[in-house]
Design a protein around this ligand. Structure first.
Ligand code: NAP
Length: 307
């Protein structure tokens, strides 16, 4: 019979790695399964300045590298595989992957979320040919060029500021006349001479010959359309939780986030959720890490209650 882990963590972002650290530190046998790069969305962020105690000039990648190192130090096992099915009922849970099946007394879901599409015409056709969802990955391609940023939240505004290090101009197109982003980010953006704003507007269509040359923008108040010539368009209009595996198995909100209590318990005994994948009001590295710590601690108590 194969090994039965005390806890299997699905997802290796800040929530999963924090759960790993707390799990292994409390002497639980702990497995983290990650299908891609460790770190999740935070590794697409160039600058992290709001994780308490982080070094000046910390990047998402540097924070994740340190989190992983801490996990290694306490004996967390890591596996790079894709979970294709989960069996959550009963005392032994299963994470079925492409190659192997892993068994655990508890499962912590820390699968996170991925960027939402804006929905304008030709958005997908121009993906990788001017349309991007990751400034850290692609900003360099747009050195000295003009780009648009779609959205008005923390992501859109922090990435717009980042893009000004590379681009000639950054035009933020927002569907309302006020930003959702934190006030400190707003102030930095309003004071940045490279950032312009187009309010109450959404992109209707992307155009270009093979590569992006511009956007048709519609003003939602007047109904007027206009053309904006840009070489790049960065879309930051929110995220979609990665919960397909759990539909019909774990209680989800209307917009498909996992519902937990304050102890990260889902409706299934022994199954917990942490980080961006769950219903919560603030999605940050610190809240993901806190969720992971709570989930692992609750998992430990759950195992004790079984014994
Ligand atoms: P968000 O807060 O949900 O904001 C999404 C933005 O996109 C909103 O301004 C929204 O407009 C707009 N939008 C949504 N759908 C749209 C569409 N179809 N077309 C055009 N615009 C659309 O998402 P986020 O900025 O990615 O942030 C996600 C979470 O990560 C938040 O909790 C945020 O605080 C956190 N985060 C934090 C930081 C940081 O602290 N530095 C950085 C990045 C992200 P409305 O405003 O009109 O709804």
């Amino acid at each position: 019979m194969g090994k039965i882990y005390d806890t299997i963590i699905i997802g290796g972002g800040p929530a999963g790695l924090s759960a790993g650290l707390y799990g292994a530190r409390s002497r639980m046998s702990t497995l983290v399964i990650e299908q891609g790069k460790f770190g999740g969305q935070i590794v697409t962020t160039d600058e992290v300045e709001n994780y308490p105690g982080c070094e000046k000039n910390s990047t998402g990648s540097s924070i994740i590298a340190r989190m992983k190192e801490q996990c290694d130090g306490f004996g967390v096992e890591f596996i790079k595989e894709t979970v294709v099915e989960v069996c959550l009922d009963g005392d032994i849970k299963k994470a079925v992957c492409n190659k192997n099946t892993y068994e655990g007394k508890t499962i912590i879901i820390a699968t996170g979320a991925y960027p939402r599409q804006s929905g304008f015409q030709n958005e997908l056709e121009f993906r990788g040919k001017g349309v991007s969802y990751c400034a850290t990955c692609d900003a360099d391609f747009f050195t000295d060029l003009d780009v648009a940023v779609i959205g008005g939240g923390d992501s859109a505004i922090s990435e717009a500021i980042y893009l000004t290090k590379f681009c000639e101009s950054v035009t933020v197109i927002h569907r309302r006349d006020a930003l959702r982003a934190a006030k400190s980010l707003q102030e930095r953006a309003f004071n940045n001479p490279k950032i312009k704003f187009i309010w109450n507007s959404i992109p209707e269509k992307a155009f270009g010959d093979e590569i992006l040359e511009g956007l048709v923008i519609k003003n939602k108040v007047t109904g007027e359309t206009s053309e904006l010539k840009v070489d790049g368009c960065f879309v930051f209009v929110g995220y979609i939780p990665i919960t397909e595996l759990f539909v019909g198995k774990v209680n989800l909100s209307e917009d498909k986030y996992i519902i937990t209590d304050d102890d990260m318990k889902t409706n299934i005994p022994g199954v917990f959720a942490a980080g961006d994948v769950r219903v919560k009001s603030l999605r940050q590295v610190i809240t993901a890490a806190a969720d992971g710590a709570i989930a692992a601690t609750t998992a430990e108590k759950y195992i004790e209650s079984l014994e």
